[in-house]
Design a protein around this ligand. Structure first.
Ligand SMILES: Nc1ncnc2c1ncn2[C@@H]1O[C@H](COP(=O)(O)OP(=O)(O)O)[C@@H](O)[C@H]1O
Ligand SMILES: [Mg+2]
Length: 612
């Protein structure tokens, strides 16, 4: 009973998913859907019409021969026209069905991708990206989108006419004798049921083993893509990754191979059953014909429709496999669309103060990433408007985390951030982010033009060459840009046949992107902005920095202390805690962590200058 209930439940929930998939298909391309449905409908009923005409032809001929009368030319003409039209439509349809299938598939695939993109874009925070399960799920869905879009339509395009044909054939057969269709159905049911069940196990195993698939892909990309080419060669990693690929493959393959064997075995066994059913019906109809109880046309109809029925049953099974696989995918896709954003956005929100008057305050802020390791804890400080603050500390101290909290990519695990006394959570998030110009440590390299790379910081400047130049000037890339023949229209990135820049040049572009935003933004944040720059560029950026940030609130994140002396105040972080606050000289006097770091770096600096 429980098993029956479970099966019922399963059928019900997958019917719902199928219905939603059809709706999705409809919304992605209504016109094409209508066209395809009409074409498939025709395709489904034509075989039955053709067979029925055949039967009429044979019976008319036999009747005419037996009676010795003249044949009716009208009857012949009607049958002939019907027969030719059926054949004509049957051969005419496939190319159109094929075209509609391709068109629909492409549209559906783009539609699904767009929905995925819109969904992920709607998450205002970054927490989801830290969650590996979420990320895996997204990857699986995205990788399969195109294949599964075609599976859905292909499955329907196969199953729908085949199903119609099957029904019409069974109706035709029931005209010969009522129990024939019943016998055929009963003897082929076990085969159908078992093969579905095994196919289900196959899909489930495939999804279970999908991490292996991703591993295989990952290992092969290690060897086949340029990103890893240098290290793979230098460290001789080729055979290691090939070995790992093989291991992942074996694990997946063994499970699948077993199931496929099981499937083939039970199908062979059960096909004996359905063949016997057919043989029995065949034997019976021939006997009937011999004793004159059915017409020769009916024998022809029987033989033809039986052949169709057999063929259609197995085709139907094949297309149900496609649909079954597709439903599992669609289930994931629809579930994904229901993912809730973890960050609550306050509506109505408070306006962002312009300008900020009393400052930005962190009050007892704790934050842990989803892996539950504490990144920062007990952080309290205030940045006054117009102040330049340096955040210093060793790698992993929590500097970038504080910047991300300020941009509200995450909410603090506990504690609060206030802007002019208003909780950051209550501010209009979009408007708040517009106040921030930031260069992240892991800034982006866009395969767009130089001008676009800068203008992304402030899209209204995309056609304003003056503004682009000014930003490029500030970040020290302007001269270099002038050397390219296409200047600001130069395409960057190898993906689209563009020019490649050095790490430092890319970083300057990222800086320019922040600077072009800075006219509107009140807060400028540079997170290790000079890590990829040579010492001269670094020096120049910092020298012009104080000029650039005049009147702005600026946060400068770095672990290189030489560049933070000009800051109004220095916050020293260590292992997620704020341990010292003061000016450069105050902190040196204090003789704490900062002083220790300073003397260590000064020592290193001296060593390198002496060596060179
Ligand atoms: N996305 C993340 N998921 C989990 N832990 C992270 C993540 N980013 C940073 N951390 C951890 O948080 C701590 C602080 O990192 P971060 O703020 O990047 O330091 P810093 O910028 O000072 O080098 C480190 O221990 C780091 O390992
Ligand atoms: Mg960092």
């Amino acid at each position: 009973m429980k098993k029956f209930k479970d099966t019922f439940h399963l059928v019900f929930s997958y019917s719902k998913i199928f219905y939603r998939s059809l709706l999705l298909l409809w919304t992605s391309a209504p016109r094409e859907t209508i066209f395809l449905t009409a074409a498939l409908l025709l395709q489904g009923v034509i075989p039955a019409v053709a067979i029925w005409i055949n039967k009429q032809v044979v019976d008319t001929v036999v009747a005419t021969l037996n009676s010795g009368r003249e044949f009716h030319i009208e009857t012949l003409a009607t049958l002939f026209t019907g027969w030719v039209s059926a054949i004509f439509i049957e051969t005419l349809l496939p190319p159109w069905v094929e075209a509609a299938y391709r068109n629909l598939g492409e549209k559906l695939s783009a539609h699904i991708n767009l929905q995925l993109m819109r969904k992920v874009d709607s998450f205002v925070d970054l927490i989801h990206f830290e969650d590996s399960r979420f990320y895996d799920e997204l990857q699986i869905i995205q990788e399969q989108t195109e294949r599964q879009s075609f599976n859905l339509i292909g499955g329907i395009a196969q199953a729908f006419p085949v199903f119609l044909t099957l029904i019409t054939m069974l109706i035709l057969l029931s005209g010969v004798s009522w129990w024939i269709p019943l016998l055929i159905l009963i003897t082929s049911l076990p085969q159908t049921y078992v093969s579905f069940k095994i196919q289900w196990d196959i899909w489930e195993t495939m999804y279970e083993k999908s991490p292996q698939d991703r591993r295989m892909q990952y290992y092969s990309s290690m060897i086949l893509t340029d990103t890893y080419a240098k290290e793979v060669r230098l460290f001789g990693l080729g055979s290691l990754f090939i070995q790992r690929y093989l291991e992942a493959f074996q694990d997946k393959y063994k499970a699948m191979q077993n199931l496929r064997g099981k499937q083939a075995f039970s199908l062979t066994g059960l096909s004996v059953l359905s063949a016997s059913g057919n043989a029995f019906a065949f034997f019976w109809i021939v006997l009937q014909a011999m004793s004159g109880k059915v017409t020769p046309g009916s024998v022809l109809l029987f033989i033809q429709s039986l052949a169709y029925t057999q063929q259609n049953l197995s085709q139907l099974m094949g297309s149900f496999y496609l649909l079954q696989e597709n439903l599992l995918y669609m289930e994931r896709f629809f579930n994904f669309l229901e993912t809730k954003s973890t960050m609550s956005v306050c509506i109505p929100s408070s306006p962002v103060p312009k300008p900020i008057k009393s400052g930005i305050t962190f009050e007892n802020v704790d934050f842990s990433y989803p892996d539950n390791r504490v990144a920062v804890t007990g952080i309290s400080f205030t940045i006054k408007p117009g102040e330049t603050v340096a955040l210093v500390g060793e790698n992993g101290a929590g500097k970038t985390t504080l910047v991300k909290l300020l941009a509200r990519f995450y909410d603090p695990t506990s504690g609060n951030i206030f802007i002019d006394g208003e909780n950051l959570k209550n501010l209009d998030l979009q408007a708040w982010r517009q106040q921030i110009a930031v260069v992240f440590q892991d800034f982006c390299r866009y395969s767009l033009t130089i001008g676009e790379n800068i203008a992304l910081g402030n899209l209204s400047a995309i056609n304003n060459l003056e503004q682009l130049k000014k930003a490029a000037e500030k970040s020290g890339i302007a001269q270099k840009v002038e050397l390219f023949p296409d200047k600001y229209l130069t395409q960057l990135g190898k993906q689209f046949d563009g020019t490649e820049l050095s790490g430092g040049e890319w970083q300057k572009l990222a800086l320019a992107r922040a600077f072009i935003r800075e006219e509107d933004a009140q807060i400028l944040i540079l997170d290790e902005p000079t890590a990829a720059l040579d010492p001269r560029s670094e020096y120049e950026i910092y020298r012009s920095f104080s000029k650039l940030v005049r009147g702005k609130t600026a946060i400068l994140v770095t672990h290189r202390l030489a560049s933070v002396r000009m800051a109004d105040r220095i916050l020293v972080l260590k292992a997620g805690k704020l341990i010292e606050v003061g000016t450069h000289y105050e902190l040196l006097h204090q003789g704490g962590e900062y002083a220790a770091l300073w003397s260590m770096q000064a020592q290193q600096y001296q060593d390198t200058t002496m060596q060179s």
